[in-house]
Design a binder for this molecule. Structure first.
Ligand SMILES: [Zn+2]
Length: 86
């Protein structure tokens, strides 16, 4: 089950993000809603490809300037069923 563990996600981000300041405005005021989103994949004909694997992403939004950074929770091990050893 790929359910995001919000607290684990926050703990890992706080541990791994050395520079927590927004690259656009320099503030450190991020927010996220815990939803998993994914960009759509386009096939060779330019059509949206449905089905198959997706890239799971969590949107981190800078509450000062609106800049959005996407983090892949699978890579950092922030899903419920993942260990924290990554
Ligand atoms: Zn910002």
């Amino acid at each position: 089950m790929n359910k995001l563990n919000n607290q684990k996600f926050l703990d890992i981000i706080n541990q791994k993000w050395i520079n927590k300041n927004c690259p656009m405005c320099g503030h450190n005021n991020w927010n996220f809603d815990g939803n998993i989103v994914s960009p759509m994949t386009m096939d060779d004909s330019g059509n949206i490809q449905l089905g198959g694997q997706i890239m799971p992403l969590v949107a981190m939004t800078c509450m000062h300037c609106g800049n959005v950074i996407f983090v892949n929770p699978l890579i950092i091990g922030a899903f419920e069923n993942q260990g924290m050893d990554k």
